[in-house]
Design a protein around this ligand. Sequence first.
Ligand code: 2AM
Length: 178
Amino acid sequence: MAAEAERARVFFALWPGTTTAESLAHIASEAHKRFAGRLMRPETLHLTLAFVGTIERTRIADLVAAGDRVRVPRIELSIDTLGQWQKKHIVWAGPAEPGVALVSLVESLRAELEEAGMALERRPFVPHVTLLRNADCDTGRNALACPLKWQVNGFVLVESRLQSTGAGYEVLARWPRQ
Ligand code: 2AM
């Protein structure tokens, strides 16, 4: 087994631009008044497409190659739902329906990752942006009073590092490639 420094916890995600992140942060602070818990910092807000987990760093090149084989879509996401997961103590925002374009992006990513020999968990995909952790919530969904439109023009590969302030994320690669 490789030493910890040679391993990385990684996932593919949609990362909002500043304006969308600010709107999501506003929804989060409103939700915080009701559910308390720990507010995610605006710069860490994201929607996970495919969670790869902890791998050896040498495999990051394979992940980038897998990302290169995926067509980069343009998607208009309607973030219209506030969801609660009681067991995970999470409050999240997301679209009521995942939509064909988003599901197709997730499926292509998964197919390329599996082709590259990555073992992925077969959890059903529920598109969500975690807003609060350790929240005092139930399980359910409500329509957001002020839904927001998120223009998606690409996706990212991210490394997650646990820090004293919560998770710290570093973008390892972006698509379209820059
Ligand atoms: P969460 O916000 O619902 O916890 C970094 O941890 C990102 O990967 C988060 O978006 C987290 O989702 C997601 N994540 C963590 N473990 C996961 C798993 N086993 N399957 C899918 N997504 C996971």
